[in-house]
Design a protein around this ligand. Structure first.
Ligand code: NAD
Ligand code: UGA
Length: 474
């Protein structure tokens, strides 16, 4: 029997669309996967030697399938037209204007993707929500598709993505679960089955969960909210540790030993960053408010409030420790990305720490193994939306950034002649730095502010540093 090759088209070649489709293509040689995007520079990069995102293991996966059954293209209409399954993994940022500004998800890209699918489709399609979207988005998408369908049958599925950046390939190879939500109709069930067969190429059957559409949509927001809440919980405890002499690493270890709590994701930090946690919780808060549940909204909002508190607490600690002023002092910043093993800087706490220190007139020298100078300059000059009071915060002016911020290509030159070092990303290479050499190059007293608990404070104190580590005795 000749089995028809399944064709997949994915709209959005970003952090999710790129790696996810590359892994599907690798694991399903009988499926043709085309990733399309409206940004041609991104597509060109996916077709080049220098992929547009840094992710351990990604290069090998792409190299193996690209040109075989994995393609990157800007010809969106053609590939939607040919596909049986269309994934939509476009960006869904927080709205900055109009109704729900500062909280609600901006579905502009989503809606235009849906309209494009309706416009060009000439055969039946399964449309898969891969982006993280508000509950009930599938209903809106269904309306757009069906009212423009010219008799074509569309089935909408929700298949949220749970990968984390920096470990995306591992997470995709071996997911805790794959979640597929669909309609409880014969056509809906058939669509769920078709998508299930794609994942079943490498994911054990018992890890593929099927639910109704709204459960799948809400589970994604809930999972991110729970994860972020763990970090805010341990960060809240870190403040109390500093006030009492307890050690947050010991407390987190002892707490995490309870099998009901578990040991993972309990590292105290300067606060969580990344493009999703804050956006998705704000989205959840907005949905709660719209459904007349202000108490539930306030509960989740407090997770972000603690996160903001943790970032400003870190800045205040730096300034107050350095005799209440950092004006004209050189501060070395180690790391800028929102976590290790990624070059992504979206919502990185480093931006808030920099802006706080720049507001106090510090000179900052930044080193991050994966973030470019251009990116840092853009991030610091970017308008930042204040979710709590819908206005735009004053970013640092591009001129001040040019004057007060420099970027270094290694940790030793970044820290040379610095008064203080602050560690904002937990890159592995920071653990093995020669701190004696760093100490010798610095102004005295030499301060270290470890926002990620990567250094051993005792060892650094023996060298001569004054050390502040999150949640540790001073
Ligand atoms: P991204 O910004 O990296 O990528 C989105 C891409 O979509 C961009 O390249 C953009 O040009 C493209 N795009 C926009 N409109 C389009 C259209 N109409 N047609 C074709 N392409 C279009 O975003 P991302 O980080 O990949 O996130 C995408 C979604 O996945 C978001 O909803 C996010 O919440 C969710 N998500 C992200 C992660 C993560 O780790 N980054 C993990 C899970 C879920
Ligand atoms: C997170 C989730 O982990 C993914 O499951 C989800 O798919 C994704 O969001 C998404 O929806 O976008 P990601 O943001 O890529 O993934 O990375 P995480 O590892 O979750 O880290 C997020 C932030 O929390 C980082 O700034 C990290 O440094 C911080 N963090 C994490 C801590 O401060 N402490 C921890 O113990 C863990």
């Amino acid at each position: 029997v000749l089995v028809k090759m399944v064709k997949i088209c994915c709209l959005g070649a970003g952090y999710v669309g790129g790696p996810t489709m590359a892994v599907i293509a690798l694991k399903c040689p009988d499926v043709e996967v085309v990733v399309v995007d409206i940004t041609s520079a991104r597509i060109n990069a996916w077709n080049s030697e220098q992929l547009p995102i840094y992710e351990p293991g990604l290069d090998d996966v792409v190299k193996e399938s690209r040109g075989r059954n994995l393609f990157f293209s800007t010809d969106i209409e053609k590939h939607i037209g040919e596909a049986d399954i269309v994934f939509v993994s476009v960006n869904t940022p927080t709205k900055t204007q109009g109704l729900g500004a500062g909280k609600a998800a901006d579905l502009t890209y989503w809606e235009s993707a849906a309209r494009m699918i309706a416009d060009v489709a000439k055969s039946d399609k399964i449309v898969v929500e891969k982006s993280t979207v508000p509950v009930k988005t599938a209903e809106a998408i269904e309306k757009i598709l069906i009212h423009n369908s010219k008799g074509i049958n569309f089935q909408i599925l929700s298949n949220p993505e749970f990968l984390a950046e920096g470990t995306a390939i591992q997470d995709l190879f071996n997911p805790d679960r794959v979640l597929i939500g669909g309609r409880d109709t014969p056509e809906g069930k058939k669509a769920v089955q078709t998508l299930k067969e794609v994942y079943a190429h490498w994911v054990p059957e018992d890890r593929i969960l099927t639910t109704n559409l709204w459960s799948a949509e809400l589970s994604k927001l809930a999972a991110n909210a729970f994860l972020a809440q763990r970090i805010s919980s341990v960060n809240a405890i870190s403040a109390l540790c500093e006030a009492t002499g307890a050690n947050v690493s010991e407390v987190a270890y002892a707490v995490g030993k309870d099998a009901r709590i578990g040991p993972k994701f309990l590292n105290a930090s300067i606060g969580f960053g990344g493009s999703c946690f804050q956006k998705d919780i704000l989205n959840l808060v907005y949905i709660c408010e719209c459904n007349g549940l202000p108490e539930v909204a306030q509960y989740w909002k407090s997770v972000i409030q603690i996160n903001d508190y943790q970032k400003s607490r870190f800045v205040n600690r730096i300034v107050s420790s350095m005799f209440n002023t950092v004006a004209n002092k050189k501060i070395a910043m180690l790391g800028f990305a929102f976590k290790k093993d990624t070059g992504d800087t979206r919502e990185t706490p480093a931006i808030d720490v920099c802006n706080g220190l720049l507001g106090d007139k510090a000179n900052i020298c930044i080193y991050d193994p994966q973030v470019t100078q251009d990116q840092i300059e853009r991030d610091l000059a970017m308008n930042k939306f204040d979710w709590d009071h819908p206005t735009h915060l004053q970013p640092t002016s591009p001129m001040a950034v040019k004057k007060q911020v420099t970027v270094s290509s290694d940790a030793y030159s970044a820290t040379k002649d610095a008064h203080g070092v602050c560690i904002v990303t937990e890159w592995d290479e920071f653990k093995t730095l020669d701190f004696t050499r760093i100490y010798e190059g610095m102004q005295k007293p030499a301060f270290v502010f470890d926002g990620r608990n990567v250094v051993n404070p005792e060892k650094l104190r023996q060298i001569g540093f004054i050390v502040y580590s999150i949640g540790k005795p001073l």
